[in-house]
Design a protein around this ligand. Sequence first.
Ligand code: NAG
Ligand code: NAG
Ligand code: NAG
Ligand code: NAG
Ligand code: NAG
Ligand code: NAG
Length: 368
Amino acid sequence: MRSLLLSSLLTLTSALSLEDLYVSEAPSSPRPYILPHYENSHAVTIDSQLYRFTVTGPSSDYAFTLMSTNAPSSGSLGVLPHIHRTHYENFFSFKGRFQLWAQHGDGEQEARLLTQGDFGSVPRNTTHTFQILDPDTEMVGIIVPGGFEDLFYALGTNYTSGTDTPYVPGSGNSSSSSATGPDSSTISNLQQYDVYAQLDFTPRRDLVNGSAPSDSGWHTESNTLGEPTKPYFIANNYGPKYLNSQYGAYQIVQPLVTATQAQDTNYTLSTIILSRQQTSITAPTWNATSGPVAFEVLEGSVQVQIGGYPTARLEMGDVAFVPAGVAYRYWNEAAYAKVLYVSSGNEGVDGKLITGGKTWADPVWPKY
Ligand SMILES: *[C@@H]1O[C@H](CO)[C@@H](O)[C@H](O)[C@H]1NC(C)=O
Ligand SMILES: *[C@@H]1O[C@H](CO)[C@@H](O)[C@H](O)[C@H]1NC(C)=O
Ligand SMILES: *[C@@H]1O[C@H](CO)[C@@H](O)[C@H](O)[C@H]1NC(C)=O
Ligand SMILES: *[C@@H]1O[C@H](CO)[C@@H](O)[C@H](O)[C@H]1NC(C)=O
Ligand SMILES: *[C@@H]1O[C@H](CO)[C@@H](O)[C@H](O)[C@H]1NC(C)=O
Ligand SMILES: *[C@@H]1O[C@H](CO)[C@@H](O)[C@H](O)[C@H]1NC(C)=O
């Protein structure tokens, strides 16, 4: 209700400036905003890991949290194994490499090596952990519902920087502890943050070609989205693809989470590849009717126009947030761009582009 009121106020006010749209941390209540890549954004450090929160519980009315973790390679787990009972967590490799482990109930323990653009989905009650493996790695986390960042605020040390460095150099801890972050007694007392330690979980180390079990076809065969409640992994551009050409550009949607997987957590997550918008056709106006929406640019740059604000140009790693009920447009003025798109509710643009498009084999659009 508050955001609907806000959006009508915004359309009445004519003097909205681009400057007002840019923020340095996620706001304390929903409003349109852009958070540039590496902005301090109430960042915290946990040992060598630097966490930034681009969409938070308060900024999204508790719809979802969008966050990034920058860290150097590590010889130990990034966190001790654990479960979330009420939060559905997703891991996306923005750059660098990390390994992700996941096991649900009596299912087989799965592990994958995630490189740029790879994705791992960790539904509720799935034991999971990760390990950072390259010097400049950035994991993007999408967690539903919002508010999970409170865990990191509680565990981390506030961080500010005058240089926007991705993470603090030389902060790696070469001690031989089994994991970064809270020790076994601390992590066993984090239930109030929806963290249930699984200290009996032993991460398997028998990966071959980036996968355990080794016969998953990781980065050689196509991937499908999982059955509800089961963890799954989608290698970059190996998932289902849909080509849409209704709106003056080609858009290739690759769903990562649909209503089938999200169930009552009620959100969708996709990547969208964009060709150049034809100059004769105005990009359509969408309405965040079913809940807030966020974009993060993965490659190239994207023009975004939200509510009554002037058009902004988002570069790689920048995040735009659109509150529920606010109208927005997006398009690409260069040859190629790719975004990560998250939408609360069941009426995201990703689903509409899929409905208006067709199944497609490639992560590139036709020559003609
Ligand atoms: C997760 O596990 C807890 C404890 O067993 C249970 O109460 C809860 O319903 C489960 N959540 C889901 C979504 O299955
Ligand atoms: C960390 O930052 C938050 C938000 O700015 C603030 O509320 C909190 O008091 C800070 N904690 C410390 C220990 O400075
Ligand atoms: C490194 O880890 C050890 C053991 O967990 C801890 O005692 C020490 O304070 C850490 N050092 C740094 C620089 O974080
Ligand atoms: C690993 O990859 C190599 C090179 O593609 C292939 O020859 C080998 O069969 C793969 N191993 C497994 C277990 O899939
Ligand atoms: C969104 O709302 C605008 C203005 O209210 C309207 O012109 C437009 O057609 C709507 N777009 C969609 C896709 O429903
Ligand atoms: C998902 O969200 C939409 C829009 O807010 C709502 O209409 C729908 O009932 C929700 N579905 C579930 C399963 O909660």
